[in-house]
Design a protein. Structure first.
Length: 206
């Protein structure tokens, strides 16, 4: 990578990182839905992976995890369930632990990895369907976050949530999947080609 390319890469990454910070630290990117917060914060991660590559997307996912951790630690949108995302909160006898850190970081990191790797695979198998490849990769990236967060909550805090919420936990998880993951996946599928396709065309020509 020559100097000009490195400069362009850094500028693009910095712009996407700024957007990620806005989505994470302002109401523009967070919408409380039930016990989980629906977030648009994965869109910059997905776009980074599709535009700049898997490694860059994974790094952006790491920043997304860090930003999310800071939000849930210092200004949690829903304090009663903050213990699932940070070890510094508790709900009655239940406290956050190392599992909280994993839930907050690992799914976000894997969003960039999944989006970048799937786009590379789709591009090889369907080289003439760029829009479809971008959309499918974005959907997989978005669902990676949903599955990772909900799976982590079930794995590390399933008994705690059941004790606090009773049998309603299954209804809440099902509702969360319908109200959170599907809209987020749809938005990601639309935003990814809308942003990445023209940029890839311009950058490819230059």
């Amino acid at each position: 990578m020559n100097r000009r390319s490195r400069t362009l890469f850094v500028v693009q990454f910095a712009v996407l990182l700024a957007i990620e910070a806005i989505f994470c630290f302002t109401p523009l990117g967070s919408v409380p839905v039930g016990p989980i917060v629906a977030t648009l914060g994965m869109i910059p991660v997905i776009i980074t992976a599709l535009l700049l590559g898997t490694a860059a997307g994974t790094l952006m996912g790491t920043f997304a995890g860090l930003f999310s951790f800071l939000v849930w630690t210092f200004m949690p949108p829903m304090p009663p369930i903050a213990f699932a995302f940070t070890p510094f909160y508790s709900l009655g006898e239940f406290r956050g632990n190392f599992g909280s850190v994993l839930i907050c970081f690992v799914p976000r990191i894997l969003v960039g990895t999944a989006a970048g790797l799937s786009y590379s695979a789709f591009s090889r198998s369907m080289p003439n369907k760029r829009v479809l490849n971008l959309s499918l990769s974005a959907v997989l990236g978005s669902l990676t976050n949903t599955v990772g967060v909900l799976g982590g909550i079930w794995l590390f805090f399933g008994s705690q949530y059941s004790s606090v919420l009773g049998s309603a936990i299954l209804v809440i998880i099902g509702t969360t999947i319908l109200t959170n993951s599907i809209p987020e996946a749809i938005v990601s599928a639309i935003a990814a080609p809308a942003v990445c396709r023209p940029l890839k065309g311009v950058l490819g020509k230059r």
